[in-house]
Design a protein around this ligand. Structure first.
Ligand SMILES: NC(=O)C1=CN([C@@H]2O[C@H](COP(=O)(O)OP(=O)(O)OC[C@H]3O[C@@H](n4cnc5c(N)ncnc54)[C@H](OP(=O)(O)O)[C@@H]3O)[C@@H](O)[C@H]2O)C=CC1
Ligand SMILES: Cc1cn([C@H]2C[C@H](O)[C@@H](COP(=O)(O)OP(=O)(O)O[C@H]3O[C@@H](C)C(=O)[C@@H](O)[C@H]3O)O2)c(=O)[nH]c1=O
Ligand SMILES: [Mg+2]
Length: 286
């Protein structure tokens, strides 16, 4: 891509997988630019000679966001808004990642990109505000809503289960939240494909759902993690009401991902294949 790729984020799950696939890109960690300073984010874009911008950084601590909503708002809404406006002013595409938590999770069918949003918590609300600001910034943009991201790096459910499973012979896991676990590597591959196509065609972009298949519950995801990693930990199904948390989570996180296939030729990844790869990587043989 002419002009190179500028990425916000360096140590996060998606940022690391982007780095693997596009090592020549410029990756900005928190020490280079802090997203609580939206003007600084805009200035970096204005001063760079990049050909596209991807934001892979976010405030992702769902429960902490409930009592730290102002920081979450700056990072998840104000900073992406400033990035999108700066990218628009430069005439380069801006790609961003959002979440299934913009929905309230009612019903049992998959939601497409036209479904109404209704976040249950501060994380989802600030992510939704970011989406709206990006769409209003006036440039070429894409927002990929994904869900239940996992990888060998950073904090995620797979690593939590491996840690707890090594200590416990029985775990109670919510079985009434249904969604698509998504390998961070597949997100990175999809974002790079989208960025390339958007640079080539200024008409391309918009809002896209992208989640791993098949949909499953956290409890069944945990069972798959234990089975594939050889742990004998028993998983006991519980309802969300038996697992109280500061932020409510959506029960139905099923995402209809057809649009990204139609527009970009990107298919839903198989999370079981991605899980096997991540477990191999964690064992030291990627
Ligand atoms: N994780 C998930 O399950 C899901 C994630 N998403 C979205 O996907 C995207 C990528 O998520 P993921 O890679 O998992 O996130 P991670 O939590 O792994 O990484 C987030 C990154 O953002 C950085 N960051 C946070 N606050 C700031 C700040 N103030 N200034 C600069 N950098 C900051 C973190 O830096 P540091 O390492 O220094 O803290 C970290 O590198 C996000 O937009 C997220 O909302 C969507 C659905 C599910
Ligand atoms: C550790 C543990 C979790 N759980 C539940 C809590 C929660 O409902 C579910 C998953 O736990 P997590 O902490 O990974 O959940 P959470 O941090 O809410 O994960 C979310 O993160 C944000 C950033 C997103 O955008 C979402 O797509 C989603 O991935 O499992 C149990 O039932 N038992 C347990 O022992
Ligand atoms: Mg979490």
């Amino acid at each position: 891509m002419s002009g190179g790729l500028l990425v916000f984020g360096r140590s996060g799950q998606v940022a690391r997988e982007l780095q693997r696939r596009a090592p020549e890109a410029m990756f900005l960690g928190r020490e280079a630019v802090d997203l609580t300073d939206p003007a600084a984010c805009a200035a970096v874009i204005a001063q760079s000679d990049c050909g596209a911008v991807i934001n892979a950084a976010a405030y992702t601590a769902v429960d902490r966001a409930e009592t730290d909503a102002e920081t979450a708002r700056l990072v998840n809404a104000e900073a992406p808004a400033a990035m999108a406006r700066a990218a628009a002013a430069k005439g380069v595409p801006f790609l961003h990642v959002s979440t299934d938590y913009v929905f309230d999770g009612s019903g049992e069918t998959a939601r497409d990109e036209t479904a109404p949003t209704a976040p249950l918590g501060a994380y989802g609300a600030t992510k939704r505000a970011g989406e709206e600001a990006i769409a209003a910034a006036g440039g070429q943009w894409a927002v990929m809503r994904t869900s239940w991201v996992f990888s060998a790096h950073g904090a995620n459910f797979v690593k939590t289960m491996l840690r707890l499973g090594a200590e416990r012979d029985r775990l109670t896991i919510v079985a009434d939240q249904i969604g698509g676990p998504t390998p961070a590597g597949d997100i990175a591959t999809a974002l790079l494909a989208m960025a390339g196509q958007m640079v080539a065609d200024p008409q391309k972009g918009g809002l896209y759902h992208f989640a791993g298949a098949p949909d499953t519950s956290w409890a069944d995801f945990a069972r798959a993690i234990f089975r594939l990693s050889g742990l004998t930990t028993k998983v006991v199904d519980i309802p969300s009401s038996d697992y109280p948390t500061p932020a409510r989570r959506p029960l139905n996180s099923r995402l209809d991902c057809h649009r990204i296939t139609t527009d970009f030729g990107v298919a839903r990844p198989d999370w079981q294949a991605g899980l096997a790869q991540v477990l191999a990587e964690l064992k030291g043989n990627p």
